[in-house]
Ligand binder design. Structure first.
Ligand code: NAD
Ligand code: MG
Length: 387
């Protein structure tokens, strides 16, 4: 029996992970579950999975969670330190599926135990990639990518012959505004931006997919996971989301991994690793799909791709700034404070005004992250017509 902790069990990835655990009660037992403020869902998951501990980030949710767990014997805790405590509990396998840099410290705590970590929380690698990968190596941790593109690459990647890999090719759906001109993108609403054509996901990553910042974050994630320089990572728009990514080799051979767009497949790959386990995702019916299409991404309509590539080239604090500014800009867009096109503007202006510096420690990451959030929050929206 494998013991499992889910950091962020109430989110989209967390719920899919819970679904797989409930379908396989003989293979897994649960050590800890964490959420932010969705007490009723966390309590429901806890009643079904019987973890030893549940924790919420939001302190105000402490009392309602204690009440919901009364009589179960399950330990209840709250606050940022409680999430780290949950990650430190002795689970064999940890799903890191908190959204944003809020996941960094709990994910690092799990990594430092040298267990197996399934990583969905890409922002952790974007904001602190060198630090995180250094700890993975130092602690002998197995880090398994859960992001569908990185899971695809991992499944076909030959880690013994990295020098024979010419390129990796990350596929991108192009998001809901793939065919829209820039003028029309100016007036899209948060509801339109979170409605992804292929994948059902949390709000933040859905907006990131619409701006294509998601692919920019994934470029940085891939650089750290597969130790390839930025110029050997390509991005290809593939609207059907069937080919999840590809690896091209020096002999011209290209290997790809395919599947339906259902996160339970890459989650099951990581959860069962090193053996495969069944997942209930719809089976791929290529005859019904008929054709797969591809196109180059448009750097003019999707400037976030350029910003991420430049941040990776620049290195140091730039990816940390990019990530923090993007988190703030997405939240400002979701609360209708800025327009859709201004998300990338806020990120670019924050990158422009923040000083270049190196990142050596966790404190450096947290300092830069906090400063970039303040700068991004203060960026005035451009003059735009009232809607
Ligand atoms: P979500 O918004 O649905 O869930 C986020 C989870 O994090 C929830 O459990 C929430 O309670 C918790 N959380 C939010 N803010 C928190 C905070 N401040 N402190 C502690 N916990 C907090 O997000 P999601 O779509 O499940 O995505 C989670 C991560 O996985 C993201 O990094 C995302 O980029 C990545 N990812 C998601 C998908 C997907 O299909 N949803 C695919 C690939 C990668
Ligand atoms: Mg992805």
């Amino acid at each position: 029996m494998r013991s499992v902790t889910i950091l962020g069990s109430t989110g989209s990835i967390g719920r899919s992970t819970v679904d797989l655990l409930l379908r396989n009660p003989d293979r897994f037992r649960v050590e800890a579950l964490t959420g932010n403020a969705n007490v009723s869902l966390l309590a429901e998951q806890a009643r079904l999975l019987r973890p030893k501990m549940v924790a919420v980030a939001d302190e105000k949710s402490h009392k309602p969670l204690v009440e919901a767990m009364a009589g179960t014997g399950i330990l209840v805790a709250s606050g940022a330190a409680a999430l780290v405590e949950a990650a430190e509990r002795p689970a064999d396998w940890v799903m890191a599926s908190i959204v944003g840099a809020a996941g960094l410290e709990p994910t690092l705590a799990a990594i430092r135990r040298g267990c197996v970590v399934g990583l969905a929380n890409k922002e952790t690698l974007v904001c602190a990639g060198d630090l995180v990968m250094g700890e993975v190596a130092r602690c002998g941790t197995t880090l398994l990518p859960v992001d569908s593109e990185h899971s695809a690459i991992f499944q076909v990647f030959d880690f013994d012959q990295i020098d024979k890999v010419e390129k990796i090719i990350l596929t991108a759906s192009g998001g809901p505004f793939r065919g829209r001109d820039r003028a029309a993108m100016a007036s899209v609403t948060p509801a339109e931006a979170v409605a992804h054509p292929n994948w059902s996901m949390g709000a933040k990553i859905s907006v990131d997919s619409a701006t294509m910042m998601n692919k920019g974050l994934e470029l940085i994630e891939a650089h750290h996971l597969f130790r390839l320089p930025e110029d050997r990572i390509d991005i290809l728009v593939h609207p059907q989301s069937v080919i999840h990514s590809m690896v091209a080799h020096v002999d011209g051979s290209v290997l790809a991994q395919l599947g339906s767009p259902d996160m339970r497949t890459p989650i099951a790959f990581a959860l069962g690793w090193p053996t495969r386990m069944p997942a209930p995702a719809p089976r791929l019916d290529l005859a019904a799909i008929g054709s797969l299409t591809f196109e180059a991404p448009d750097p003019v309509r999707f400037p976030a791709l350029r910003l991420a590539r430049e941040a990776l080239q620049r290195g140091g604090a730039a990816p940390t700034i990019l990530n923090a500014a993007n988190e703030v800009a997405v939240q400002r867009f979701l609360s209708s404070e800025i327009g859709f096109l201004e998300i990338a503007d806020v990120v670019e202006r924050t990158l422009d005004v923040m000083p270049a510096r190196t990142i050596d420690t966790l404190e450096d990451v947290l300092d830069v992250d906090a400063m970039a959030r303040r700068v991004a929050a203060g960026q005035k929206p451009a003059n735009r017509p009232a809607r």
